[in-house]
Design a protein around this ligand. Structure first.
Ligand SMILES: Cc1cc2nc3c(=O)[nH]c(=O)nc-3n(C[C@H](O)[C@H](O)[C@H](O)COP(=O)(O)OP(=O)(O)OC[C@H]3O[C@@H](n4cnc5c(N)ncnc54)[C@H](O)[C@@H]3O)c2cc1C
Length: 486
């Protein structure tokens, strides 16, 4: 038997103004913006909580600010609006450090904004409830109903209510992987290699001893102090080179002295054996934390050749990443002072992808736009961070604009794409994919989706001025309202 034909059947239908697919980094903000603008909004999330990769992959949120110190210029906060409100709400319950500045510069970004991921789950869900968003947890977007370039509705699979149809006027794909766009027939590019990760939270760590060990071995590249378990002035972020950088340092040392780094008493004495094993696991030594005796996260990366198209490869990657976690834990316990009692305190429910489908939109942000610090007539957000800094950074005054066209899915009337899926150019994506950029995109998409639905026209026909006015009224920085200095 090669195929099975599913019998046609009628399923319950529900009506909304705006459908947001995916309650992650961008989707939460999009749903809040749409509901607050007055649209009946439904948010569909596959898991039992919101937050997505922002909770499961990364460490510090990059970035509300432009890069400053490294380029000898003043840094400014350019992302505000709902993204900032989420931080404020978290700070109020001890769920975020707020925006900190490094004591010792951490690599390239002197700013550090940490969140307590468990507190985020509750705070964000409460904000959605307050805004009147209908949330479908444990529900998967499974198909799209499209006629002549217009989305009429989505088919979802709810664990509890089974298959449902949600009709709406405007739709936002915030699934990270671009699922809804693919179902709707949008054009997209599949990157050939998907770097996936399952970042693990490590408990039982003596943060101070661990940090001292890195310092003693010349591999500490930055330290940030802030609130940890309610006490100010504690170590909350430690920068340390990635495995590749470590090997480069070792090679440089060898070239300069003719001796392997591990044999040089004054230099890096981290056992060579550990360094080799660490490199094999693609493991990092830097971490952030908001709690005593805890690291968030130990990142373990793996490349999947056919991430989206091979179920077998995905299953293999899930297992491999768990093997790597166990190996990494053994290494920490065996080699690093302060980690003798380390244990895996949490892992993500599923692997996190760094890059899913790249969905083609009316405009494709290119790295040259970012390097030139380019702005557009239809900017919906300002952003100033590049993950490839210091090699690459945002030009001009340190900001570039994300134009509205970059989130309008090509050839589809009423579908937005937001989050990590918007840029096809790899180096541009290394900027646009970052959490704070995703949140900023979400606010614009949610606002415009609601304005369009409420006025009964497709998003492209809403006067841009109406969107811009609403965004600035809702606290978004678009170059006129002077941002606060850090
Ligand atoms: C390992 C790793 C480390 C990172 N480190 C950092 C960092 O330190 N700082 C930083 O700023 N950025 C970091 N990033 C990048 C950043 O976290 C992501 O690019 C960003 O969070 C993506 O946001 P998003 O809204 O596009 O997707 P997500 O936040 O992943 O949201 C997608 C949501 O959609 C849901 N979903 C998916 N498919 C469906 C479906 N069919 N139906 C229903 N729901 C669905 C998912 O469950 C998820 O909740 C990191 C990424 C990774 C993978």
């Amino acid at each position: 038997m090669k195929t099975y034909t599913e019998p046609a059947r009628s399923i319950p239908a529900k009506c909304f103004d705006v459908v947001v697919a995916g309650g992650g980094t961008a989707g939460v903000v999009a749903a809040l913006a749409a509901a607050r603008t007055g649209a009946r909004t439904v948010l569909i999330e596959a898991k039992g909580y919101v937050g997505g990769t922002m909770l499961e992959g990364g460490t510090t949120l990059h970035s509300f600010f432009t890069l400053g110190k490294l380029f000898e210029r003043e840094s400014k906060q350019v992302v505000r609006g709902i993204a900032q409100e989420i931080i404020d709400r978290l700070v109020a319950v001890g769920g975020s450090t707020g925006h900190l500045t490094d004591a010792v510069n951490c690599d390239y970004d002197e700013h550090c904004t940490l969140i307590d991921v468990e507190k985020y789950k509750l705070v964000a869900a409460e904000m959605l409830e307050e805004a009147g968003v209908t949330v479908y947890f444990n529900t998967l977007v499974a198909d799209a109903d499209v006629t002549a370039g217009r989305l009429n509705g989505v088919v979802v699979q709810s664990r509890v209510e089974g298959r449902l149809y949600f009709k709406a006027a405007a739709f936002i794909d915030a699934t990270g992987w671009g699922d809804l766009s693919a179902y709707a027939g949008a054009q997209y590019i599949e990157p050939e290699e998907y770097s996936v990760a399952n970042s693990v939270g490590i408990g039982g760590i003596d943060v101070e001893r661990y940090t001292q060990y890195l310092r003693d071995n010349n591999v500490l590249s930055g330290v940030t102090y802030g609130p940890r378990d309610g006490r100010e002035g504690q170590i909350v972020r430690v920068g340390a080179p990635f495995h590749k950088v470590l090997s480069t340092l070792m090679a440089q040392h060898y070239k300069a002295t003719g001796k392997p780094a591990a044999q040089e008493a004054d230099s890096n004495r981290i056992p060579l054996d550990f360094q080799k094993k660490m490199a094999a696991l693609a493991m990092t030594l830097g971490f952030t934390t908001m709690h005593d005796n805890y690291f968030m996260y130990l990142k373990l990366n793996q490349v999947m050749k056919k991430g989206l198209t091979s179920q077998a490869e995905m299953t293999k990657a899930e297992l491999n990443l768990r093997r790597k976690q166990s190996e990494a834990l053994k290494l920490l316990r065996e080699y690093i002072p302060g980690c003798e009692n380390a244990f895996i305190a949490r892992s993500a429910p599923t692997l996190c992808t760094r890059r899913g489908r790249s969905v083609l939109c009316d405009y494709d942000i290119k790295n040259e736009d970012i390097l030139a610090g380019r702005h557009f007539e239809d900017d919906i957000a300002y952003f100033g961070f590049h993950d490839c800094a210091p090699k690459m950074h945002v030009g001009g005054d340190g900001t570039y604009g994300i134009p509205l066209r970059a989130i309008l899915v090509r050839d589809l009337d009423n579908l937005f794409a937001v989050g990590m899926m918007i840029s096809t150019d790899y180096y541009a994506y290394m900027s646009t994919r970052n959490t704070v950029s995703c949140m900023a995109q979400g606010q614009a998409a949610g606002t415009l989706a609601a304005l369009a639905a409420l006025s009964g026209v497709p998003p492209r026909q809403v006067p841009f001025k109406d969107l811009r006015d609403k965004l600035t009224q809702d606290g978004v920085y678009l170059g006129e309202n002077e941002p606060p200095r850090n």
